[in-house]
Design a protein around this ligand. Structure first.
Ligand code: ADP
Length: 387
């Protein structure tokens, strides 16, 4: 088995495709253990660029850039799914370690292939119909099994709710997106939950405690996250078992974040998965005995995983760019937030703020989840990102 151990060989370089906040936090975690990282992305001032031992300027969607970058490091991982797949396949064929495997990535990054995979594996998810264009959907309404309300999702390229159209009635058809997409029934959701699983090459699997997510009504992206989820042990166990089955069947080494819907009928459905660190695991940095980033590093190097335990209940708030502002960011109200105590502020270092862009996050730890929620609400009102 071809593995590397950066503790034993301190020259090892972990190559990360993507220089966003997830890459930055991965580099931070690596640096705590004196592990070396290299980051591939377009701009010298991308969040992870300053944090990596080596920054390589290039386009992670470009075959040549990814191939060259991969050849210069010992192990390749990703912080975003859009990485050039052909180059990753080529690197793997050349004997490089690539985690997650390009095979799993090819399934996951196409929402339709991903869903079909879960259906074939007998894992719970909603049914789908596939369409090439907006016009095809309009043509199929009323005939081909499409009924209101429904949800349209672009097969690839969507993130943070972009690429998802919720169509409740005829009037919403204006919101339909163009491009290859899937259509699934609108689900009456009781709770949105995420479970992050980790797996190494030996097949060892560990899961983080489930988290509940609440969404920003306008931006359609995660606004608050709660851990413990409040669902109770029986439901949490069910969600955890689905996440374990998902990472096993996809044969992923590293992290797999599994987003689930608990329906009002009490059923679980997998919404989508991501084979990398995830927004729903940021609280693990301060509130667990192992962070999602450290666990990812252990998993991709086939080192023993740590059994995640929650030290403190946590509420995580995403800090989004204020509506109406675009340009170099200014952060207001951070001092007031810090004074609350047990408040951990992360600012990602993006050089431009835009409406609803994820600019940072804050984790609030408190033995009482209700007090943590109160503090998180206060912080949400205090911290503003303007330009
Ligand atoms: P993204 O990949 O951009 O995060 P998601 O597939 O997670 O997109 O969808 C974003 C949000 O839209 C979900 O978290 C959920 O709140 C809502 N949503 C997605 N699919 C459905 C559905 N079938 N029924 C109801 N709401 C949905």
């Amino acid at each position: 088995m071809h593995v590397i151990n950066p503790f034993a060989n301190t020259d090892t370089i972990i190559g990360i495709c993507g220089g966003g906040q997830l890459g930055k936090m991965l580099c931070e975690a690596a640096s705590v253990w004196d592990w070396k990282t290299a980051v591939l992305d377009k701009h010298q001032d991308d969040p992870a660029a300053q944090m990596a031992h080596r920054f390589v300027q290039g386009d992670y969607t470009n075959y040549d850039d990814v191939l060259r970058f991969g050849q210069s490091v010992d192990l390749i991982t990703i912080e975003i799914e859009k990485v050039n797949l052909e180059a990753l396949l080529e690197l793997e064929a050349m004997g490089k370690i690539v985690h997650p495997s390009p095979k799993a990535l090819a399934i996951i990054r196409d929402k339709a292939k991903q869903k079909q995979f879960f259906i074939d594996q007998g894992l719970p998810t909603s049914p789908q119909l596939l369409f090439e264009s907006k016009t095809d959907i309009l043509r199929a309404i009323g005939s081909d099994g499409i009924e209101f309300p429904f949800v349209q999702k672009l097969r690839s390229g969507g993130y943070d709710g972009r690429g998802v159209a919720i169509i409740k009635s005829k009037a919403d058809l204006l919101l339909l997106l163009d491009g290859p997409s899937l259509v699934e029934p609108f689900i009456e959701i009781e709770a949105e939950v995420a479970v992050i699983a980790a797996r190494n090459l030996n097949g060892e699997i560990k899961t983080f405690p489930p988290v509940a997510m609440s969404f920003h009504p306008e931006a359609n992206l995660v606004e608050y996250l709660y851990c413990p989820s409040g669902l109770g042990p029986a439901l949490e166990l069910e969600a955890t078992q689905i996440a374990q089955a998902a990472i096993e069947s996809l044969d992923v080494c590293g992290l797999l974040a599994v987003e689930l819907f608990l329906t009002t009928d009490g059923d679980w459905l997998i919404n989508e998965v991501a084979p990398r660190p995830h927004n729903s695991g940021h609280h693990t940095i301060e509130c667990c005995n192992v962070s999602q980033f450290h666990q990812h590093l252990l998993a991709i190097c086939n080192l023993p995983l740590i059994d995640p335990q929650l030290h403190f209940p946590a509420v995580m708030v995403n800090i989004l760019g204020e509506d109406g502002f675009e340009g170099p960011p200014k952060y207001l109200g951070v001092e007031q937030a810090l004074r609350m105590g047990n408040v951990y502020v992360h600012l990602y270092g993006k050089n431009i703020t835009k409406p609803f862009r994820k600019m940072g996050h804050v984790t609030v730890a408190n033995r009482s989840i209700n007090r943590a929620i109160k503090t998180a609400n206060f912080i949400k009102d205090q911290i503003k990102v303007i330009s």
